[in-house]
Design a binder for this molecule. Structure first.
Ligand code: PEP
Ligand code: MG
Length: 754
């Protein structure tokens, strides 16, 4: 069954368009289930009905024409209930509706399952048979599994179709994602493919066979050259027999094997990449189907060769292309390195298919002030390349090939947005004080973009979170103590005399070092932050010593420990700090080594309940609301699928944040917040009302938050907070905060263009 499932899914994905994918689907399902009829209906939400999209067994002329209402017949019932229906005599069911135009009179047995993608019913699959019988449990599970597997494939096929139509009809298409950094980007798509995969290759036709053949031949030649170099480099270090594998590879590249098959596909009109994809995928499934384990293994070689040729094919295309001056960067999963590669001033927007707005790469785009959206449909990306686009990161929308009218509209909106930012900028040097005279320290979350951050030192009250790991991530190896010391001194000096809270290494989760391999099933619940530092005291001591030495003569350092979950971690960290301090004082008796304040991050729920004890041990704490939200709500912050559930306005999260403020006041422990919530004007208002007077945020949020709080009274914020804390959903909370902002004439901030 598993092999059949896989083979159906693979065959469907290989089809060039939605119609042929559906035809292939119904045919294969009918054959696999040995029935007489299989049909698929798609939901048309504009007309509230289902349309027959493909059938094997019903009247073929009804395809594309026959429609049945959402609440009609057995098809409607399956969709309404969102569960399978499996009956021996369809006609005897009270919801059966005879539809003579499809010719289904002869069928009795009826098995149907809904196709659901992201809570939405996309369609319904129906299998019918003349013989009256109930389908077996196995058959039912088979269809359910198939429907689940194909749901996203069909959803993508639908979007792919929209994109294809846009190509031929010059219509604008729109895709939805989650906004992670607000703003509007108008530009041209540039797709980055970090790890090339045949899955990301869209099947496309190209009538210029000669040119496609030339591209393919060129890529094969480059691959051969690569193999020659590889085999020469390895000839000294591996046995001669092992080098024979390169001969086999070279043979596979020969015109007689790969070349011949690809040529046939080129003749059929496929472009070089598509032809290669078809041939390699077919070869892989042929090898996989073999019994002999040795031959089966060859599938890996075929894939490897195929990917190398593909790499050269894509590179020749990309080599001539530079980043356009208004690049909208599109990636499967965006990484900080991809952002860094775009020449300065060329980046207009960012789209990441995977990941979510709370991931660290996303925080980086926010810090850079580049509009970004996350979690759009998982599509073969290359088809976007070079297309004109509008990225509306207020509404989380990506318009592909926009019309001139839309372009004009968004150019005007972008202009309005710039005007608003200029209003924030005009007050950047003013004090951050509320109307009723409360000063709120606004600090910077730094470590991501050194140059811009440092030049903005004068507009903030210091650094509330310096993410040291960001620098570690850019290096090819662990930096030495001396290197770290220089680096930290530069940072401390830039903000002096304002304080800089340096956080010790916080890797793990979605922050990986290329040179320190951590592979885990649940990285966010695994080896992260302080856990790694305590398991590697040599690294931790090095970092602490570098910080202490960098602080000599400056005195504006504070040290913060990430991901603390238990008292042992506090005690062990403090003991290692004592050791670092003692060793340095001994080594440099002539120097005065200052004792900086040591604080902890409140990110793990358990930490919130330990404040009575920990307030006696540490000098301050700072709430990491990103992780605290993630762990309180059990929502992986980097997972696009559950991104909608990640909501710091959840009353449960707000009540915890309120509790922290009250307890810190009670135990006289200085406290602040450095998660993204503090940089959101509505979040900042609620936090100030709770008693937070130190908020640390990205540079791009700082002026905005300052501008907002200068226009409000704390007493009004407190009134709003007490209402919000009494709500039971995040939606209700946000409704209240939104109307509060409108009431206080701050509606311009929510100027959402579309
Ligand atoms: C947080 O978790 O809120 C935080 C500030 O740390 P990071 O986002 O770097 O995990
Ligand atoms: Mg964190």
């Amino acid at each position: 069954m598993l092999a059949t499932l896989r083979s159906i899914a693979e065959s469907v994905s290989r089809q060039a368009n939605l119609d042929s994918a559906l035809v292939c689907f119904v045919q294969m399902v009918k054959d696999a289930m040995k029935t007489q009829c299989c049909s698929i209906y798609f939901a048309d939400y504009s007309q509230d009905n289902f349309v027959l999209m493909a059938t094997e067994g019903l009247n073929p002329d009804a395809v594309g024409k026959f429609r049945i209402g959402f609440t009609e017949g057995l098809v409607g019932l399956v969709a309404q209930r969102e569960e399978p229906i499996n009956i021996a005599f369809a006609k005897s069911h009270p919801r059966f509706k005879l539809s003579p135009e499809v010719n289904e009179e002869g069928y009795n047995a009826f098995l149907s399952v809904p196709v659901v993608h992201q809570k939405k019913v996309l369609g319904v699959i129906v299998v019918q048979q003349k013989m009256a019988r109930v389908f077996s449990q196995d058959e039912e599970s088979f269809l359910i599994t198939l429907s689940a597997q194909l749901a996203s494939q069909l959803a993508h096929a639908e979007i792919k179709e929209i994109l294809r139509q846009d190509e031929s009809s010059h219509q604008t298409s729109v895709l939805k994602g989650v906004s992670s950094a607000p703003g509007i980007g108008i530009g041209q798509a540039f797709v980055v493919l970090p790890k090339l995969d045949f899955k990301s290759i869209e099947l496309l036709k190209d009538s210029d066979v000669t040119e496609q053949r030339r591209l393919f031949t060129q890529a094969v030649a480059a691959t051969r050259k690569e193999f020659n170099t590889l085999s020469m480099t390895l000839s000294d270090s591996i046995p001669h027999e092992a080098l024979a594998v390169f001969d086999v590879y070279q043979q596979l590249l020969d015109a007689k094997s790969l070349g011949h098959n690809v040529e046939m596909q080129l003749q059929e009109g496929w472009c070089a990449k598509s032809a290669l994809k078809i041939v390699i995928e077919r070869l892989i499934s042929q090898f996989n189907a073999m019994q002999d384990p040795y031959i089966k293994e060859r599938a890996v070689d075929v894939k490897d060769i195929g990917l190398r040729v593909l790499h050269h094919l894509v590179n020749t295309e990309h080599a001539v292309k530079n980043y356009p001056p208004n690049t909208i960067l599109i990636a499967n999963t965006l990484t900080p390195a991809m952002l860094a590669e775009v020449p300065k001033g060329h980046l207009t927007g960012v789209v990441s298919v995977n990941g979510s707005a709370n991931s660290h790469a996303s925080i980086l785009t926010r810090a850079m002030g580049i509009p970004a959206i996350w979690g759009i449909e998982d599509l073969p990306l290359l088809q976007f390349n070079g297309k004109p686009m509008i990225l509306d990161a207020f509404a989380g929308r990506l318009y592909i090939s926009p019309s001139q009218m839309l372009m004009d509209e968004y150019t005007e909106l972008q202009h309005q947005d710039n005007l608003l930012n200029n209003r924030f900028l005009a007050e950047q040097d003013s004090e951050s004080i509320t109307l009723d005279g409360e000063h709120v320290s606004l600090l910077l979350n730094a470590g991501l973009e050194l140059n811009t951050e440092q030049s903005s030192a004068h507009i903030c009250d210091g650094v509330g979170l310096y993410r040291t790991e960001a620098w570690f991530m850019q290096k090819g190896q662990f930096p030495s103590q001396a290197e770290q010391e220089n680096w930290y001194r530069e940072v401390l000096t830039s903000y002096h005399p304002n304080p800089v809270v340096m956080r010790t290494l916080d890797i793990g989760g979605d922050k990986v070092l290329d040179y320190f391999n951590i592979t885990e099933e649940n990285p966010f619940l695994g080896w992260r932050g302080i856990r790694i530092s305590l398991d590697h005291p040599e690294l931790f001591l090095d970092q602490l010593k570098a910080m202490l030495k960098a602080n000599i003569g400056l005195g504006n350092l504070k040290i913060m420990l990430p991901m603390i979950s238990g008292t042992e971690e506090v005690d062990e960290s403090l003991a290692l700090f004592e050791q670092a301090y003692f060793e340095l004082s001994e080594k440099y008796p002539e120097q005065t080594i200052e004792r900086p304040d040591i604080g902890i991050m409140l990110e793990v729920p358990s930490s919130v309940f330990m404040l009575p004890e920990w307030s006696k041990k540490v000098d301050f704490c700072s709430v990491g609301s990103n992780d605290l939200t993630q762990y309180l709500l059990a929502v992986d912050r980097a997972n696009a699928r559950v991104a909608e559930l990640f909501n710091p306005y959840h009353p449960g999260v707000l009540r915890v944040l309120n509790k922290v403020a009250h307890e810190c006041e009670q135990y006289e422990l200085p406290f602040s917040l450095c998660g993204e919530l503090g940089g959101d004007p509505e979040g900042a208002i609620l936090l100030i009302a709770m008693g937070y007077r130190r908020l640390s945020m990205n540079l791009s949020s700082l002026n905005k938050v300052k501008w907002v709080l200068r226009r409000l009274n704390v007493s009004d914020m407190e009134q709003l907070l007490s209402e919000c804390l009494a709500q039971s959903t995040a939606k209700q909370v946000l409704r209240l905060t939104r109307s509060f902002m409108l009431e206080h004439k701050l509606g311009d901030l929510f100027y959402t263009p579309k």
